[in-house]
Design a protein. Structure first.
Length: 257
């Protein structure tokens, strides 16, 4: 276990050094979510006057956009694996004594750190735009936890797909196929009471909706902590499952060499 943690720490450091040389990537992944938050927050602010909302639409939208940002950013996680394959770095890594669990842990840790930074930027932007959250620090911690968990789910899935398809184009196609449908089949931008019945039913099984609901509830005046813990537990279980699949994908890829 100590050896695996050491390997994970060193690999995470490598990923962070690579990111530090390309800081524009971090900002680039925030451009679209920032536009969604600021433009949609203003364009649809009258929607909050409909029954089922109550309060400021920006208050409702911000946690959802934070979750969506985590999902979108994590969906590109596998691109670094494809680049390592193309450069021969992956082959050298897999022939070294590095544990496969450390490879998965390092990738998810890197994505978690990126997600925390992005989430704080998005949340601060929402506050500057006028959003207010009585849930305070506990609510913010839950929001960050949900963002990290949903990022872990999609980063692990993206890494597994990258190891199986070996192509940037295929990975991008899968990411695009998943991201927008999952975003719109959730309560990120609209209250469940205003959704078509079939969308509301699908949303109950959507991990993106679990994260948005738990975050929004934790930031409310009187959170239903039972609901919050239930959604966080579901996200945690799914993240563990996806991490296991990513580890299996490393083994499948190695056997195919």
């Amino acid at each position: 276990m100590t050896l695996a943690l050491t390997h994970a720490r060193l690999l995470t450091g490598r990923s962070l050094r690579t990111l530090s040389r390309q800081p524009a990537y971090l900002l680039f992944t925030l451009v679209q979510p920032l536009l969604w938050l600021l433009l949609f927050g203003q364009l649809f602010r009258r929607v909050a006057e409909l029954p089922g909302f109550g309060g400021n639409y920006l208050d409702y939208l911000t946690p959802g956009v934070v979750v969506m940002t985590a999902m979108m950013s994590a969906g590109w996680s596998g691109t670094s694996i494809v680049q390592d394959m193309e450069r021969g770095v992956m082959d050298r890594t897999l022939t070294s004594p590095i544990r496969r669990s450390a490879l998965v842990t390092a990738g998810l840790t890197h994505q978690a750190l990126v997600t925390v930074v992005q989430s704080l930027i998005m949340f601060a932007t929402g506050l500057l735009a006028g959003a207010r959250y009585p849930g305070g620090a506990p609510g913010l911690l839950v929001l960050l936890a949900c963002a990290v968990l949903i990022a872990a789910v999609f980063a692990a899935l993206s890494n597994a797909i990258a190891l199986l398809v070996h192509q940037q184009e295929a990975l991008i196609a899968v990411a695009q196929f998943l991201v927008l449908p999952l975003a719109f089949l959730s309560s990120i931008m609209i209250a469940p009471a205003l959704m078509p019945d079939w969308v509301a039913k699908v949303a109950r099984f959507n991990p993106v909706d679990w994260a948005a609901v738990a975050s929004r509830e934790a930031l409310s005046v009187a959170p239903d902590w039972g609901l919050v813990l239930n959604r966080v537990a579901l996200l945690g279980a799914l993240a563990v499952l996806m991490a296991w699949l990513a580890a299996r994908a490393y083994r499948v890829h190695q056997r195919s060499l």
